[in-house]
Ligand binder design. Structure first.
Ligand SMILES: [Mn+2]
Length: 431
C-alpha cells in the first residue's frame, strides 16, 4: 500500500512506547476483568471503528471575518487525499473520505479512485454545494437553492445534486448528503410553508435520481447563513422531510447545528427508533457554532450519544447503520492534527459506551434507581481507555502516539515546500 509517512520512523517511535503500552494495557485489562469486561473484545471493536474525514476539513477553515491559511495546506482534492491518507496511516481509524462538489470535481474520477485505492482510502457520502454561486453560474443561490422562489435557481440546484450522485457513483460512494443554506433574514421575507413545499418538490426530483442502493441524508442547521429562519432548521423539519421523501432518505445529525444545551442524544434515540438516522457530522460547540474539535468541550455529551448508538447495536435495532464523519473548522491548529485527534476522541466515546453493562442499566431503569443508572454511565465514561485505543492502533500498523510521529515526520514543513500557496485560492467552507 502507498504510504505518506515513513514506515521506519513510525516503527521506531512505536518501539519506544511499546513496553509502557503493554504495561498499561495489562493493568487496564485486569481492572476491566474484575467487572467481567474482556479488554480484547474492546480492542477488536476499537480496531473496527472507522470515521470518515471531510475533504474540506484538511484545509484551514475560517470565520466570517477572516481566514488564516496554513503553510503547506492542500490546494486541490489530490493533495487533500494525501493528507487524509496521512491521517489514516497514523490514526488507523479514518479509512474513508467524504468529498464536496464542485470543490473536489476532477476531470477523471477513475484516476482519483485509483489513487485513493492505492492509499487504502474509500470514498463515502458525497456533499453538494448550493450555498454559493460558482463563476459563470446562470442562476443565483443568493435567495436560496432548492427552495428558491425562482424556478431557474431550483433547477440548477437539482441538476447539481444529480451530478453529485453521478460523481459519487464513479468513486464508489453510496450516499448523498444535502445541506442547504436556504432561509431568510427578515420576518415576512419568506412564506414558511411555500418555501418548505418548494424544497420538498426539489428534493423529490433528487430522490428520484438515487440509485437503488443509495441513501440521501438531510442535514439540519439552526441558523447561518440565514439568521432569521432556515428551511431545515432542526431535527423536526429534517425528519418530516425525510419521512415525506421516502425510506432512502434519512436525517444527518451535525452536533454543532443545535441550540446550546439541546439534548442531542435524545434526538439520536428518536431517529433510531423511526429508522431515520442516516449519519453524523462530529464536532463540538460552545455557542451556536459547529467549529470546535470533536470531544474538546463536551466529551460527556459525545459519550451519551454513543451510549444511544451502542444501545441500538446491542438491541440489534432494525435498519441501523449510521455513517460517521467529522465536520469541523480548524482555524488555529494544523488540520491534520485536529482531525487525527478528533477521530480518536470519537473512537474513545464509542469504546467507553461499550463498557456500559446494558442489562444492569435496564434493571436500574426498570427499578427507577436513578442514581445507580446514572453511575452505570458515569463509571464507564470515567475510565481511561487510552491503552485500548493505542493497542488497536499498534495492531493495525498505525501509531501509538500519532501526533508525535506526525510532528517528527516534518510532514507539514515538507508540504510547505511542495505546495506553494496560491494567493487566489478560495477557502474551504464548513457545513
Ligand atoms: Mn456538517
Amino acid at each position: 500500500m502507498l504510504r505518506r509517512i515513513d514506515k521506519v520512523l513510525l516503527e521506531q517511535e512505536n518501539n519506544l512506547l511499546k513496553n509502557d503500552l503493554d504495561a498499561d494495557y495489562a493493568a487496564l485489562g485486569e481492572k476491566l476483568a474484575r467487572s467481567d469486561v474482556d479488554i480484547e473484545l474492546l480492542t477488536q471493536a476499537a480496531g473496527k471503528f472507522q470515521i470518515a474525514v471531510p475533504s474540506w476539513g484538511t484545509g484551514t477553515g475560517g470565520t466570517r471575518f477572516a481566514r488564516f491559511p496554513g503553510e503547506g495546506e492542500p490546494r486541490n482534492i489530490w493533495e487533500k487525499l494525501e493528507d487524509c491518507a496521512v491521517i489514516n496511516e497514523l490514526s488507523g481509524c479514518t479509512d474513508s473520505v467524504s468529498p464536496h462538489f464542485p470543490w473536489d470535481k476532477v476531470s477523471d474520477f477513475s484516476e482519483l479512485k485509483e489513487k485513493a485505492d492505492a492509499y487504502g482510502i474509500k470514498w463515502v457520502s458525497v456533499n453538494s454545494n448550493t450555498f454559493q454561486d460558482q463563476t459563470g453560474q446562470t442562476a443565483s443561490y443568493k435567495y436560496g437553492s432548492l427552495s428558491n422562489t425562482q424556478k431557474a435557481s431550483r433547477e440548477l440546484a437539482i441538476a447539481h445534486n444529480l451530478d453529485c450522485i453521478e460523481y459519487g457513483q464513479k468513486l464508489g460512494a453510496k450516499s448523498l448528503t444535502v445541506w442547504v443554506g436556504d432561509g431568510s433574514n427578515h420576518p415576512g421575507q419568506q412564506h414558511f410553508q411555500r418555501a418548505f413545499e418548494r424544497y420538498l418538490a426539489s428534493m423529490e426530483e433528487i430522490y428520484k435520481g438515487l440509485p437503488d442502493d443509495w441513501e440521501m441524508h438531510i442535514e439540519h442547521k439552526m441558523f447561518e447563513p440565514a439568521f432569521y429562519s432556515t428551511i431545515i432548521q432542526d431535527w423536526g423539519s429534517n425528519i418530516l422531510a425525510a419521512m415525506q421523501l421516502g425510506p432512502k432518505c434519512k436525517s444527518l445529525v451535525d452536533l454543532g447545528h443545535h441550540a446550546p444545551n439541546t439534548n442531542i442524544e435524545m434526538i439520536v434515540s428518536r431517529l433510531i427508533q423511526f429508522k431515520k438516522l442516516g449519519g453524523f457530522h462530529f464536532n463540538d460547540s460552545k455557542y451556536g457554532d459547529d467549529d470546535l474539535d470533536s470531544g474538546s468541550l463536551h466529551p460527556y455529551q459525545q459519550f451519551l450519544i454513543f451510549n444511544e448508538l451502542v444501545d441500538a447495536e446491542y438491541r440489534q435495532q432494525e435498519a441501523f447503520g449510521p455513517a460517521y464523519m467529522l465536520d469541523q473548522s480548524h482555524n488555529v491548529t494544523d488540520p491534520a492534527e485536529s482531525l487525527i485527534n478528533s477521530a480518536i476522541e470519537v473512537q474513545r466515546s464509542y469504546v467507553k459506551a461499550l463498557i456500559v453493562d446494558r442489562e444492569k442499566l435496564y434493571g436500574y431503569q426498570d427499578e427507577n434507581d436513578a442514581l445507580m443508572a446514572s453511575l452505570e454511565l458515569k463509571n464507564a465514561f470515567n475510565l481511561d481507555v487510552s491503552p485500548i485505543l493505542a493497542m488497536a492502533r499498534l495492531r493495525k500498523g498505525a501509531a501509538i502516539d500519532p501526533l508525535a510521529v506526525y510532528r517528527k515526520s516534518n510532514y507539514r514543513e515538507n508540504m510547505a515546500k511542495e505546495r506553494p500557496r496560491d494567493p487566489n485560492a478560495t477557502g474551504s467552507g464548513i457545513v
